[in-house]
Design a protein around this ligand. Structure first.
Ligand code: CUA
Length: 254
């Protein structure tokens, strides 16, 4: 009872509120989260009340114990109600989760590759030609300045921009291509409510559009080794003109 009260208090008093959402999908996730919390909260309270009622109603007051074989009608009712609640919440939450994954990104989305390894994020922009260069795993060498293993013989890779943080324009669709060089990592931005595993051998697309300029934390949420706790980067959401200037600057540097 004390634990339940304490837990409900933490949520009801907004003691540890999530940071404000910065995308439409994030708003959908918040809505779904609240809905799930209300539905499961109501089910929890009802179940506890039912339990209390059964304990009081059937407590020992000298009566003879009676064997009950069960009730098929009741079984069907509570199984259907549970099924409806779970499947219903799943269908209602489809857009919040699948919107970023199962629907293709807008045709004008900016593609940025996200590579994870122990314990850093590396972001690659295709550069002025709009094409990512070929990667060759045998060329991967951070000390030699080629953490991604970009093949120097592929002209498409010469203008690729490789950076340790992610910069995107505000209100513009962004498609991330998430990959890993070693173990399973994760790309998580709280304000986007976007969390995607990076799995070795897979190129996982996920898209978003941030609607608020600012700097946000990118953290890894898969226990990926001793340095997991410090695996971190930054998402800079900037104005379109700042983004254009950023690209121009980076193209000169690379
Ligand atoms: Cu990468 Cu935890």
């Amino acid at each position: 009872m004390i634990f339940v009260a304490a837990t409900v208090f933490v949520f009801a008093a907004h003691l540890y509120p999530a940071p404000p959402p910065i995308s439409h999908d994030a708003v959908l996730v918040d809505r779904q989260y609240s809905l799930t919390l209300y539905v499961t909260g109501a089910a929890f309270v009802l179940a506890q009340l039912g339990l209390a009622w059964a304990v009081l109603r059937y407590r020992d007051h000298g009566q003879k114990a009676r064997f009950v074989r069960g009730n098929v009608a009741l079984e069907i009712v509570w199984t259907s109600v549970t099924l409806l609640a779970f499947v219903g919440l799943g269908i209602l939450g489809r857009d919040a989760w699948a919107g970023a994954r199962f629907t293709p990104a807008a045709p004008d989305a900016i593609q940025i590759e996200v590579t994870t390894n122990q314990f850093v994020y590396t972001f690659r922009y295709p550069g002025p030609d709009g094409k990512f260069g070929r990667l060759d795993p045998s060329l991967v060498s951070a000390p030699a300045g080629n953490p991604l293993g970009i093949d120097p013989n592929d002209p498409a890779g010469r203008d690729d921009i490789v950076l340790a943080s992610l910069t995107v324009p505000v209100n513009h669709p962004i498609e991330l291509l998430v990959r890993s060089q070693d173990v399973i990592h994760n790309f998580f931005v709280r304000e986007l409510r976007l969390q995607q595993d990076a799995v070795p051998g897979m190129l996982i697309p996920v898209h978003f559009a941030a609607d608020r300029i600012g700097t946000y934390d990118i953290v890894c949420t898969q226990l990926c080794g001793l340095g997991h706790y410090k695996m971190h980067s930054l998402l800079n959401v900037v104005s379109q003109s700042d983004y254009d200037a950023f690209l121009k600057r980076q193209a000169l540097v690379q």
